[in-house]
Every structure is written in structure tokens, then in C-alpha cells.
Design a protein around this ligand. Structure first.
Ligand code: SF4
Length: 755
């Protein structure tokens, strides 16, 4: 189940017919993104043109990947589905929970102890249900996927927003919430709004200090963090063909930073080289057999304005290195302009750390280019001013880099630190000495995200994003405004020296090598595998199925909170320290809605407990209602539940006894998540009825015995003074989703149907 060439061959055998059906249905030549989307329709060949940005479509992804933080709840849910094995090849990667502190060996050892129960859980569930498990230290999910599983023309989903990295090998790869992944693991379709398409035409060739990273840093500057929302970005042109496969991965990876659904590149020789060097001749041969279908039609690229919703052109000959930041990845500054920008904005000029790694830039090529800068500096007698921290992307990359002397090169600087092949500082898993002092400072890194606190928890750390080679140069100089194209450094002899232009190897000359890649194949028959979860664990808790609908209208419910203004999934289920409880529904429910602003008084995490008249915290108040056998209701404003797709934001209120969420409007993914968890997600037919809801209301929902698609329900408010008001509410439940509600959750229904 981990990697299946036969599955790829079978998909490829369908490609010609399916692509032709899509051309016929749309009556036009196709982009690559359209080819991949139309060949993965759940219902087979296309029969009609799908409207971009409008139609919701069922797809059949080829693969699923989960990382350790999100996999916990996803797998706990899958265990509820009553299936023996996952329906689609799936892997789990232990990478997010490993802290970077003292260096790879010590850090991994410590993490194996502190995260033991979570890793053991993930390993045993994977073993039982046919899921490939990549152990702690094996590497970062997206680098491992690129090396082992991504293939041209494929479609995958993953419970991590940077799943999009696999676009570097010509996939449509999309980050999703755990509930979506569980559906596909259980054999159901995956639903996505048919994306709009942005074409990026790359002309020319990268040279000198410019790297693939600079392409996406430039694109981020053009499109901003929202510019790609609801879109697939498709790169094409001679500039794309001139770039390595892992470089393409870097560009696709940071498509997440412009909000894009995903990004992709057409199959070319760089991908073929990468497939062959990572021991996948069979995939390369199969891809070569249908080459013409694994890239957009020539007519599309000849006249892109006609076929894409938006087109951007970048001439790589003119592209200079960038440094994006601080605090947002779309604040793009050319390195050449940093002196004036930094001075104007008062950004700290001294750089204390340079970090190379993350799923974005931790390939062999990345390490060779960064190492070439270090080697050059050493040979010229320059001592680094800042510390260089390096997280290789995978054990295969690390082992090969060690064999080829790259790690020795980095270690020539005493202050360098080689961390575990894991996310580390990219996700706040960095025990940075002194970070707790919250001092204003600058760091540079080759990661993707640079939001406040993201790397070290210090809100005053100004993090700038750059290519690995630029990170190395800036770390050596210790200056944010160092421009290696023009500036010199002073060596140990007091001489002014200039760093040479970076050089690197796209792929290792003697091929990749690895001793133990950290992969654990699942049992052929996992039926006897026991999944152990301690009942006293504070981090993991087996799920109990939610109760099915009682078959009557709902009455006697209390208002839990009427949220006012923005209420995102972060307001509903905060991240930060709560990440620790992602696998324990009861414990993480203690953050339920604690960020929502109470419309009565404007406080957060303070509501009236109608049973006592006292004010209390939201989770505790919900628990009090639940203990008294009373359901509760959440009322919200516009676009309720925007933000991430995390299913915790729907599971927590459900767990705490909330029966319905009634809002002016929903963010769609959250609305679907509520439906999946057996909740009622309703919208005011007349948004002004929001004002009718009072703090001390008792609430009934009527019409459930005739619950049907398109048919309104009625909400009845009984105010404390005894007066009663009613109003209609809308819903978007289809017949299937009504069955989810009746069964108590989508998983309950899957389980019923599996029996
Ligand atoms: Fe996410 Fe960073 Fe890990 Fe990539 S390296 S998967 S961005 S935490």
C-alpha cells in the first residue's frame, strides 16, 4: 500500500481516454491542472464542462499523507469507520513533534521519550490499517513524499497545508483537514470546488544568486497572501524546464503562502532525472509513455490569456535574489534594496541565526548550494558572525550529504548545528536560547512561513525568508542588509573578500544512498495488531461515537455563546500550546470557543451560565449544560469558521453538547465539518434575526422530523420574561448529509454501512 507502480500504470492507462473526454466536454485545449482534475473525477469520464470557482466536484485522489500533529485525530476518527484497511495508499510521517535544541542525535533521543506515546500510537495504528509509517528522524513529510511517492499527473491530499510541495513532480496535491482525509481513507470521494487557474509563464534561466525560491518570493510579492485563493497555479515556459525538480517543489510548496489550492508544473526532463535518481525508473518509464498528457496542451501555453483566469510572466534572466518579510511572506524585497528598506523600517540589522531546512528547501541541491557558500567563506578565511542551523529534509538527503562531505563543510563553522531531519524551528519546535527574553532581533531562514512567533515563540523576532544560499551568505556576514553581489566581507587577515557565486548539484553524482530510511511497512494483515491508548493519557484519547439524533425536534437548549464579529477556527479551537492535545478530544475541548467575542459585553471566554446565573468560561459552561442533560446552541456572525480546515473546531462543540450553530453565514469548509460531526449548521434566513437572540434564551429547533434538502427549519426563542419569538433558518444539507445528522456523524453512517 505504500507505493504501488501498478496503481500508477492503471491510472496512466486511463489518461488518454479521460483527457480526450475532458477536451470534448469543455470544447477546448486543456491546461495540465485541468487534465489532472478531469482524470480524477470520482464518476469517471467527464460528461460536462465544470465551472471554475463554482462547481463542487467529487474527486478520487491517488494517495494520502498525514503528519504527526494532524494524523492523531485523523486516525482516531478512521478507527471509528469500521474498516480493516485504508482504501487509498496512505502514509504517516513523524516530523512536527521533534524539538531542535542540541543537535540531531540528542534531540531525536529526547523526542523519542517525550513523544513516545504519540509515536507508538501512530506506528501501531499505521501497522494495523495498512498505512506506511515514517519514523521520527526519517524526514519531513513533503520531502519524503517527493522522494518516494509523488508522480506526474497524480492527485493526492494531505493533512498539512504544504502537501502542495508535490506539485514539483507534476501532481495536483492539496492540503486538507483530517475529516476529508478520513473520508478518502474510508473509501469515499473527496469534494473540492473546481479551482480557477493562474498561469505563470517563466522565460529565461536562473543564474548567479537567483534560485527557485526567488521565483515564489517574487510571485508572493505580486499576488500577496490571498492572491491565489481558490486557484491552482500552473507554471510553464522554458524557464520552468530549466529548473530542477526539487526547485519546482520549492515553488509549489510556497504556493500555500499565497493561499493557492495548489501549484503544479508539467512533466519534463528534470522530473524524469529526479525519478530515476530516487530509484523510480518504473515511474519515469510509465510517465514517458503518456508524456503528452502530463503537461498542458501546446495551444494553451501559446495563448495563455485565453485559457487561464490570470497570467503572470516572470523573466528569470532578470530575477534577483529576494528576502521576504518580516512577519509575512509576501513582503518582498530584492536583496539589492534591503539596505534602504531595513533602514527605513527600523528592522534589526544584526542577524543572529540563519536556518536552512523545512519542507520548502532541504533537498540535496539546496544543501550543496548553501555548502558552496560556506566552503568559499572558509577558504577565504572568513568566520561566520551568526549561527547556521540545518535541518536536512530526509534521512536519504542527510546520509547522502554526509557521504559527500557536505555536513563536514557545514561543520567547519564551529557554530553550525545539524538538527534532526524534521520540521524543528519551522513549526516553533526550537528551544532557542534566550528567546524567552522577547528581544527584538532578526533571523533569516529558507522556510516558507515567517509569522510572528512561528520559529522561536518570540513576537519580536523578525524572520526573513530567502533561498538556502542567501541564508548562508547572510548568516556568514551577520548582516540583514548584506548583498553578496556587491558587498565584501573582512577575513581573518583583515582583507576584504567577496563571496563566490553559489554552485550546486541538482542531484548527487554518485546517486542517493541511505542506510535506514526510517520507513516501517504495515503488516500484511493487521487484524491482530493491538492499538494501545492509555486511559490516563493526557495527549491521546480513543473516540466514542457521537450519539445519533433522537428522532424528535430539539427543545430546552440554552444559548452557550452569541459570538460577535470575526470567529475563525483559531477563535473556536486555538493552536499554540493546545497543539499538545490534538489527539485528546476531551482535553483540547477546554479551548472550545475561548477566543470568540461574546456579543453580550464583548469579553472573550466569559458567558453567563443560565443554570446558576454566574459568569463562567465557555468550555466549563458547556460542560455544565451537558452534565445537566441540556443541549446548547452557538450563534455566530458572518463567515463563521473561516481559517483552517481543522475538524477540532467542529468536534469540540459537538463533544461539549452543542447541538446547533446558527450564524449569518459560514465559511464553507467549517460548515461541512459541522455536518460531518453530526451537528446542525444553520443560517438565519433573515440575518437581522441574529439580534433577536438574547443572553438568557432557551431555544428549540423545530421541523427536524421533516428535515429535507432545501426545506427551512424553525428556531423558537423563549426569552427569560416568558415571551416567545420564532424565525426561519436555512440549511444546505443534501440527502446524504441529513443521513449523517441522523446517524450522529458521517463516520457513524460509514460504520453502519460497513456492517
Ligand atoms: Fe510545515 Fe514547516 Fe514542517 Fe514544512 S517544515 S511541514 S511548513 S512545519
Amino acid at each position: 500500500m505504500a507505493f504501488d507502480i501498478e496503481m500508477i500504470k492503471e491510472l496512466y492507462s486511463k489518461y488518454p481516454e479521460r483527457v480526450e473526454a475532458a477536451r470534448k466536454a469543455t470544447g477546448k485545449p486543456l491546461t495540465l491542472a485541468e487534465k489532472i482534475l478531469y482524470t480524477h473525477l470520482w464518476d469517471g469520464n467527464a460528461t460536462k464542462a465544470l465551472e471554475r470557482g463554482k462547481d463542487y466536484v467529487d474527486f478520487a485522489p491517488d494517495r494520502i499523507a498525514c503528519q504527526d500533529a494532524t494524523a492523531q485525530m485523523a486516525l482516531l476518527q478512521f478507527m471509528q469507520a469500521g474498516k480493516d484497511r485504508v482504501a487509498v495508499p496512505t502514509t504517516v510521517h513523524a516530523d512536527h513533534l521533534i524539538q531542535a535544541k542540541d543537535g540531531a542525535k540528542a534531540d531525536l533521543k529526547r523526542s523519542d521519550v517525550t513523544n513516545k506515546e504519540v509515536f507508538d500510537f501512530l506506528g501501531s495504528v499505521s501497522n494495523k490499517y495498512g498505512i506506511g509509517f515514517w519514523k521520527p528522524g526519517a524526514g519531513i513529510i513533503h520531502q519524503v513524499v517527493l522522494e518516494n511517492y509523488a508522480f506526474p499527473g497524480g492527485m493526492m491530499i494531505g493533512t498539512d497545508s504544504h502537501t502542495v510541495n508535490a506539485g514539483g513532480l507534476g501532481m495536483v496535491a492539496v492540503g486538507v483537514g483530517g475529516a476529508d482525509a478520513v473520508d478518502v481513507m474510508a473509501g469515499m470521494a473527496w469534494e473540492l470546488k473546481f479551482p480557477k487557474l493562474i498561469g505563470v509563464k517563466l522565460t529565461g534561466k536562473l543564474s548567479g544568486w537567483a534560485a527557485p525560491k526567488d521565483v515564489i518570493l517574487k510571485v508572493a510579492g505580486i499576488l500577496t497572501v490571498k492572491g491565489g485563493t481558490g486557484c491552482i497555479v500552473e507554471y510553464f515556459g522554458e524557464g520552468a524546464n530549466n529548473m530542477s525538480c526539487t526547485g519546482k517543489g520549492t515553488i509549489c510548496n510556497m504556493g500555500a503562502e499565497i493561499g493557492a489550492t495548489t501549484s503544479t508544473f508539467g512533466y519534463d526532463e528534470s522530473m524524469e532525472r529526479y525519478l530515476r535518481s530516487t530509484d523510480r525508473d518504473d515511474v519515469a518509464d510509465a510517465a514517458n509513455g503518456i508524456k503528452e498528457h502530463l503537461t498542458g496542451d501546446a495551444a494553451v501555453y501559446a495563448d495563455p490569456d485565453k485559457y487561464f483566469d490570470q497570467v503572470i510572466e516572470i523573466n528569470l534572466d532578470e530575477l534577483g535574489p529576494h528576502l521576504n518579510g518580516p512577519f509575512t511572506p509576501d513582503r518582498a524585497t530584492e536583496v539589492a534594496d534591503m539596505k534602504s528598506e531595513a533602514a527605513e523600517n527600523g528592522w534589526p540589522l544584526d542577524v543572529e541565526w540563519g536556518l536552512i531546512g523545512s519542507c520548502t528547501n532541504s533537498s540535496y541541491e539546496d544543501l550543496t548550494r548553501a555548502a558552496s557558500i560556506v566552503e568559499d567563506a572558509v577558504s577565504k578565511g572568513v568566520k561566520p558572525k551568526a549561527i547556521l542551523g540545518i535541518n536536512p529534509g530526509s534521512e536519504q538527503v542527510r546520509f547522502t550529504a554526509e557521504r559527500d562531505g557536505l555536513l563536514d563543510t557545514f561543520n567547519k563553522f564551529e557554530s553550525s548545528k545539524i538538527f534532526t531531519n524534521a520540521c524543528g524551528p519551522c513549526i516553533g519546535q526550537w528551544a532557542r536560547p534566550g528567546a524567552e527574553k522577547n528581544e527584538k532581533n532578526s533571523i533569516v531562514h529558507s522556510f516558507n512561513r515567517n509569522f510572528a512567533k512561528r520559529a522561536d515563540g518570540n513576537p519580536n523576532t523578525h524572520a526573513f525568508v530567502a533561498s538556502p544560499e542567501m541564508v548562508a551568505a547572510i548568516a556568514i556576514s551577520g548582516r540583514l542588509d548584506f548583498n553578496p553581489l556587491t558587498d565584501t566581507l573582512t577575513n581573518e587577515n583583515g582583507e576584504a573578500v567577496k563571496l563566490a557565486v553559489p554552485t550546486g548539484s541538482e542531484l548527487p553524482e554518485s546517486g542517493f544512498a541511505v542506510d535506514d530510511n526510517g520507513y516501517e511497512a504495515p503488516a500484511a494483515d493487521g487484524s491482530s495488531v493491538i492499538v494501545d491508548v492509555s486511559p490516563t493519557s493526557e495527549r491521546l484519547q480513543l473516540l466514542t461515537p457521537f450519539a445519533p439524533w433522537e428522532g424528535t425536534d430539539l427543545s430546552g437548549m440554552k444559548l452557550l455563546i452569541k459570538a460577535e464579529g470575526k470567529c475563525t477556527t483559531d477563535h473556536i479551537s486555538m493552536a499554540g500550546p493546545w497543539l499538545r492535545y490534538r489527539g485528546h478530544l476531551d482535553n483540547i475541548s477546554n479551548n472550545c470557543l475561548i477566543g470568540a467575542v461574546n456579543a453580550f459585553g464583548g469579553a472573550t471566554n466569559e458567558v453567563v451560565n443560565q443554570l446558576t446565573g454566574d459568569k463562567g468560561e465557555v468550555p466549563a459552561t458547556a460542560r455544565a449544560y451537558k452534565a445537566a442533560g441540556i443541549g446548547s446552541i452557538v450563534v455566530g456572525d458572518e463567515n463563521y469558521g473561516e481559517g483552517s480546515s481543522r475538524e477540532h473546531a467542529a468536534m469540540e462543540p459537538r463533544h461539549l453538547g452543542v447541538r446547533a450553530v446558527i450564524v449569518k453565514s459560514f465559511a464553507r469548509i467549517h460548515e461541512t465539518n459541522l455536518k460531518k460531526q453530526g451537528m446542525l449548521g444553520l443560517t438565519f434566513a433573515n440575518p437581522a434575526d441574529y439580534d433577536k437572540v438574547r443572553e438568557d434564551d432557551t431555544i428549540a429547533i423545530k421541523g427536524l422530523t421533516e428535515f429535507a434538502p432545501g426545506k427551512q427549519l424553525t428556531v423558537e426563542l423563549t426569552h427569560a420574561d416568558g415571551s416567545v419569538e420564532t424565525f426561519p433558518v436555512n440549511h444546505t444539507y443534501n440527502a446524504q448529509q441529513i443521513e449523517w445528522f441522523k446517524a450522529g456523524s458521517a463516520l457513524n453512517l460509514i460504520k453502519e454501512q460497513a456492517v
